[in-house]
Design a protein around this ligand. Sequence first.
Ligand code: SF4
Ligand code: ZN
Length: 472
Amino acid sequence: MLIDSHAHLFFKDFKNDLDDVLKRAKDAGVEYIICPGTDLPTSIASVELAEKYPFIYAAVGFHPHDASKLDDKSLSEIEKLSHHPKVVAIGEIGLDYHYDFSPRPKQIEAFKSQIELAQKRDLPIIIHSREAEDDVISILENQIKKNPDWRKSLAKNYDRYPTPKGVFHCFPGDSKLAWKVINMGFYVSLTGPVTYGNKPNKPNSMIDVATNVSAEHILLETDCPYLTPAPFRGKRNEPAYVKYIAEKIAELQHLSVNDIARASSFAVYNLFGIGKYPDPVFSYTIRNSLYLNITLRCNADCVFCDRKGEAIVKGNNLKITKEPTADEVIKAISDPRRYDEIVFCGFGEPTIRFDLMKEVSRWIKANGGKVRLNTDGHGNLINHRNIIPEMKGLIDSISISLNSTDPVQYGKLMRLDGEKYFPAMVEFAKECVKNNFDVTMTMVDLANVNEEQVRAFVEKEIGAKFKNRPLF
Ligand code: SF4
Ligand SMILES: [Zn+2]
């Protein structure tokens, strides 16, 4: 399921063949389309489209190009439109200092007054920013400070990011800027240029974002009729082509198109309330691997772990309410040879259910599959014995979270006794290497951990492989 989160279907480009365009979108797997207005007539047209087609939603607002046309009267018309049940956002609004079609003071005024409208209506915003990022961000910061309750109704118990307030459409910066706005409560949206490749002396910032920002923060859009992706660059763009954006991001993230579609659809659900909250699952695929989430329990409580939060990974809801039995797990796997590997993982420590792990692994091995264990490396302490001999022949590879090479920092990150658990984890890793398991030590990409130091420790001291994994 794909969502084109930004399509201007009201433009005359689509006047003659909109139904064909929408049929092609459906055939390409596009489930929903959001159509943002750019002034009053196009906002009305967006709402009319949303009324006519169940899978189209509207956003209403004045684009910075049209900011000089916004007055009190048209603003109150936009407000009236925003009460329509299919209006999901105020947009697109923002600043465009590239074209300066409206004078900058007028653009700023229109941007502020429309953010205030969104805040009053508790709606998210769709932001257009071109060569104006500093001003856009400082205006947003001020407005958020002024109205701290904006979107607070969406707050959950364990949020790692501020409640979602909007999206930067056609994201204009690199991954560093992307993480900055993500930490302010915004999503980033990618479009055609992500497929254009890097120019020799000018790196493509959208490729940087698509590579270095995790999929859960990225929305997909065409911005049609503009910004047509390769291989149709130069022709009219249309919602069906959003699949080329998804394919490119999947390639850059080493994920499947399904993973990108699922993750970005969940982002759209979170931000605009479109679609459906995913049901909890204990087995799910990422790329061509099957992941088994056999428990949510863990002996640690990592600061970066979302186990007690929503526990959504690439749009999969891992918040299981009941731990599966071995029979249920085996039934879910069905044929182990269908997958590259089957991974015990999840938001929980699988060795807490070591007996179930062994039973399922035995069955997987007997049926031609490969098994990986993702663990915190505390399995011996958890089970009060050396479990490594019992894993022989059942587990092929093991990924252990290393997190830090300093016991004190390790303890702080995992919120447990580092002096006790750090050496136990290192010992566990060394024993696994000695017993010929294929061992990888992983580290979450945190600013205050020295990656090179950790890598050297893993490769020289433990003799395992090292992998840096991005923070969600
Ligand atoms: S060890 Fe894994 S499951 Fe446990 S708290 Fe840390 S990140 Fe979460
Ligand atoms: Zn647009």
